[in-house]
Design a protein around this ligand. Structure first.
Ligand SMILES: [Zn+2]
Length: 81
């Protein structure tokens, strides 16, 4: 079951100085531009996998580690806070 992008507000608050509930991003796969809160977020034992609602490509992977939060955002062309 997919959560929505609002679940990322806490984990990303210390990493990015943008509010991900209102930040806009562009999918590198299909070009869809949407607020990240609309993304489909899937819980994973290591963190979260964030997928585009339009094409289901992976936008980013967020992993919480003891030494901080790791964010891989290869599926986003850009993010605007
Ligand atoms: Zn897409």
């Amino acid at each position: 079951m997919a959560l929505d992008g609002n679940v990322l507000a806490g984990p990303l608050a210390g990493t990015w100085a943008v509010d991900v509930t209102v930040a806009t991003g562009r999918c590198a796969g299909c070009g869809d531009v949407a607020v990240l809160a609309r993304a489909a977020v899937f819980d994973h034992p290591m963190g979260w996998v964030v997928r585009c609602r339009a094409c289901a490509d992976v936008l980013m992977v967020v992993v919480e580690r003891p030494d901080g939060v790791l964010v891989a955002a290869r599926g986003l062309t850009w993010v605007r806070g």
